[in-house]
Write a protein that binds this ligand. Sequence first.
Ligand code: SF4
Length: 82
Amino acid sequence: MKPYLLFLDRVHCIGCGDCPKVCGKYFTMHKNGKVKMKKMKIEDIQMLQINKSDIACGLRASKVCPAFVIHVFDAKTHKRIK
Ligand code: SF4
């Protein structure tokens, strides 16, 4: 199990397109106008285990998101990484 979780609430994504620009490794725009996590089934909530080396990517996406729907959590404690 990887130590961190990248979380996306697709329901409340407003489709601004900013997160793929700063974290293209994990996020891409979908044809329905909302973002999705790459290589994952489309679901309202998407969660992916990530390594420490990818925290920065997730946090960049989290910081630019105007809808506050992207978060990075410690997988064990479930504390949000800021
Ligand atoms: S930055 Fe937020 S609102 Fe914009 S596309 Fe990404 S998840 Fe959606």
